[in-house]
Unconditional design. Structure first.
Length: 293
């Protein structure tokens, strides 16, 4: 994710970063400028339909459709941002849950219980690591320290990683209760955080695996395409050759909103505007290591 100063207008306005829509749309903008120039040249130099009243008033249709388009694009971007913000809240919840579970286990376990402390010190951030890999599905990473734990060797990279780690944490906690290392009340105290781990995983999977309906997204793209292609025909009577600049700019604004929505509706990807879940996972590991000595 790009970290920037929102108050720096010069940087935000003139700097073309990797995710800037101008880079992606530049070829289409040039094509539309040439298309608009062709329409304007044919109308102004040869066809001369400006005297036909019903053709000249075709801009009324564009004005009405422009209002409908604005409503659709606002709804589209708001829906995409809601998905992005919901994902950020879930990873914020995961950070707090991991810290709280580490604080509780640090207080519950005896100071000289090196084996169990080492287990929770690596298992809690391991859940965030496996969730990161599960959402991006590109690699698997298990962070081990100097104390060996056979439980980690049994993790199957082909199976649901977060479920395996959450099950492993609960099994170890239940074994500590059966061995009378912790009491039943203490097990209940940490049960809330253990349940919250799978709740966060399920919420992230819901966002990841439920994209915007294809029919809705496809309709907006077709609407933009047809609307922009007919703009030169309608506005050439009142704007003349200025449609060569106006039509590509209108297309840039509309298509940019759609591209921005596409970029942020999947917040777990690798685009510059996606969430830095790898960095959040590193912070969780750092904080847990600081808490559990």
């Amino acid at each position: 994710m790009i970290v920037y100063n929102p108050k720096d207008w010069f940087y935000s306005t003139f700097y073309l970063h990797k995710s800037d829509t101008a880079r992606k749309l530049f070829p289409l903008i040039i094509v539309l400028a040439l298309y608009s120039a062709g329409i304007a040249y044919l109308e102004l130099e040869y066809i001369n339909l400006s005297d036909v009243i019903w053709v000249k008033n075709i801009t009324i249709v564009h004005n009405l459709l422009g209002f409908v388009m604005s409503i659709l694009l606002v709804f589209r971007t708001n829906t995409a941002y809601d998905r992005w913000w919901e994902a950020r809240k879930q990873w914020g919840t995961l950070t707090n849950v991991s810290r709280m579970l580490a604080i509780k286990m640090n207080a519950i376990l005896k100071p000289d219980d090196r084996v169990n402390r080492s287990f929770y010190k690596k298992a809690i951030p391991l859940f965030a690591d496996t969730l990161f890999d599960h959402l991006r599905s590109n690699r698997t990473r298990f962070m081990l320290d100097e104390v060996e734990h056979p439980e980690f060797e049994s993790l199957d990279v082909q199976k649901h990683g977060p479920n395996q780690v959450a099950s492993m944490i609960f099994s170890r906690s239940n074994n500590l209760y059966q061995d009378r290392v912790i009491s039943g009340d203490q097990l209940i105290v940490i049960n809330t955080e253990m349940n919250a781990l799978t709740d966060v995983c399920g919420a992230c999977e819901r966002i990841k695996n439920t994209p915007i309906p294809m029919s809705y997204s496809s309709f907006i793209k077709k609407f933009i395409f047809i609307y922009v292609l007919t703009l030169p025909v309608g506005f050439v009577f009142s704007m003349g050759y200025f449609v060569i600049a106006a039509v590509p700019f209108i297309f840039y604004v509309m298509a940019s909103l759609e591209l921005i929505a596409e970029s942020i509706e999947d917040p777990f990807g690798t685009d510059p505007d996606d969430l830095p879940i790898d960095k959040i996972g590193e912070n969780i590991r750092k904080h847990v290591s600081e808490i559990i000595h």
